[in-house]
Design a protein around this ligand. Structure first.
Ligand code: PMP
Length: 360
C-alpha cells in the first residue's frame, strides 16, 4: 500500500487510523453481522452511533445545551437557501462577501429577500478580510452572514465581525474543528464535513434553539425546515448514515489527540512551516495578506503559469497530490487540514526548496 500526501481542498485527507478502523469494521460492525452501510437508521445499533457522534461533537466544541446539532444532507450549498428560508423573518440579511462561497450564499439569499452586501474584499481578489468592526448593518437585518474560512482564497476571519447585536451565521466548512470556537457567539455554525471532518454527504448545522421555529418563509420544503430536522433529531428521513459514522470516528480521534486546543497548536505549527518558507522564497509567494492567512488552505504562486504547471506535475510525480490551485485563481493551493501530518508539510517544503533551486 502506498498513500500519497493529499493536499486536496475537499474531499480531503482523513486520519489513517479512522480509515483503518472503518476497514476493520466494514463487514461486521462490532458483532452485529453487518456493515454500518447495511443497517437500518432506526436500529438500536445505529441510534447509538449517531447519539455518540453528537455527544462527542458537543464535548469537543463545548456546545451549550440551548444549541441543536443537526446532521443533514445537501452539502453546504443547500444551506445557502435553508438559512434565509428559516431565518429571514424581516426578509433582510447582511452578507460579508469574502470569496466565492460567501458570494454564492449571498446570491442565493437574494432569491428570498433583501440580502445586503455590507463588506467585500472583491477589490483585491479576496486576498484579505475586510475590517468588520463598524459595518453599516441594517437595523432590521435578521442575521449577519460570513464564510469564516475561505477555502479558495486562503483567508480566515481571525476576529468575528461586530454584528451590532444581530445573529451571526457562519459557514465553517473549511475550518471546522481546526481550533476551539466560542459557540455562544453564533446563531448558526454550519459546514460540509468533507474537508476536516468526514466523507462528503454530511453537512452539520449547529443552531441556537430560539432560531428554530415554524415561522419560515412560505414554500420552505419540509426537509429544509430546521424545525423538522431538530424535532426528529436528524432522523426525519434516512440520514447519511455511513458518513455520520465516519464523522463520529473523527470526533473520537480528535478527542484522543487532545481536543481542539491541541489541534490549533498543531495547525499553527504546520501552517508556519509553509508560510515561513513562502515568506523567504525567491520563487514562490503566498497570495494572502499575512494577518488574514488561513491555517487550512494555503494558496501560492510562482508568477509564471507555465512554471506553476511544471511544479504541480513534478510534485504529483513525487507523491504530493492535488496541489493545483482552484480553477478561478490558478497557481497552487496546499490544503493542510487536521489529518495532514506535520511530516507531510515538511516534506512538501523540502520538495519546494529543491524545485526552487532547480528552477531559479
Ligand atoms: N462553503 C465553503 C467554505 C466551501 O469550501 C465549500 C466547498 N468547497 C462549500 C461551501 C460548498 O460545499 P458543498 O460542496 O458541500 O455544497
Amino acid at each position: 500500500m502506498s498513500r500519497v500526501y493529499n493536499f486536496s481542498a475537499g474531499p480531503a485527507v482523513l486520519p489513517e487510523e479512522v480509515l483503518q478502523e472503518a476497514a476493520d469494521e466494514m463487514l461486521d460492525y462490532r458483532g452485529c453481522g453487518m456493515s454500518v452501510m447495511e443497517m437500518s437508521h432506526r436500529s438500536k445499533v445505529y441510534d447509538n452511533i449517531i447519539k455518540e457522534a453528537e455527544a462527542d461533537l458537543r464535548d469537543l466544541m463545548n456546545i451549550p445545551d440551548n444549541y441543536k446539532v443537526l446532521f443533514l444532507q445537501g452539502g453546504a450549498s443547500q444551506q445557502f437557501a435553508a438559512i434565509p428560508m428559516n431565518l429571514m423573518k424581516n426578509k433582510k440579511a447582511a452578507y460579508i462577501v469574502t470569496g466565492q462561497w460567501a458570494k454564492k450564499a449571498y446570491q442565493e439569499a437574494k432569491m428570498y429577500g433583501d440580502a445586503v452586501e455590507v463588506a467585500s474584499s472583491a477589490d483585491k481578489t479576496f486576498s484579505y478580510i475586510p475590517d468588520c468592526s463598524d459595518l453599516d448593518i441594517p437595523e432590521d437585518a435578521d442575521y449577519v452572514y460570513i464564510c469564516e474560512n475561505n477555502t479558495i482564497y486562503g483567508t480566515k476571519f481571525k476576529e468575528l465581525p461586530n454584528t451590532k447585536g444581530h445573529t451571526l451565521v457562519a459557514d465553517v466548512s473549511s475550518c471546522f474543528l481546526s481550533e476551539p470556537v466560542d459557540v455562544t457567539k453564533y446563531g448558526v455554525i454550519y459546514g460540509g464535513v468533507q474537508k476536516n471532518v468526514g466523507p462528503a454527504g454530511v453537512v452539520i448545522v449547529i443552531i441556537r434553539e430560539d432560531l428554530i421555529t415554524d415561522d419560515v418563509l412560505p414554500g420552505t420544503p419540509t426537509m429544509l425546515k430546521y424545525k423538522t430536522q431538530a424535532d426528529a433529531d436528524s432522523l426525519y428521513n434516512t440520514p447519511p448514515c455511513y458518513g455520520i459514522y465516519i464523522c463520529g470516528k473523527v470526533f473520537k480521534w480528535l478527542k484522543k489527540m487532545g481536543g481542539l486546543e491541541v489541534m490549533k497548536q498543531r495547525n499553527e505549527e504546520k501552517a508556519k512551516i509553509l508560510y515561513d518558507f513562502l515568506d523567504q522564497s525567491k520563487l514562490f509567494k503566498g497570495t494572502v495578506v499575512p494577518k488574514d492567512r488561513s491555517l487550512m488552505n494555503v494558496p501560492f504562486v510562482t508568477g509564471d503559469a507555465d512554471l506553476d504547471a511544471k511544479f504541480v506535475k513534478e510534485a504529483t510525480e513525487a507523491g504530493f497530490v492535488n496541489l493545483k490551485g482552484h480553477r478561478t485563481v490558478g497557481g497552487m493551493r496546499a490544503s493542510i487540514y487536521n489529518a495532514m501530518p506535520k511530516e507531510g508539510v515538511e516534506k512538501l517544503v523540502a520538495f519546494m526548496k529543491k524545485f526552487e533551486e532547480e528552477n531559479a
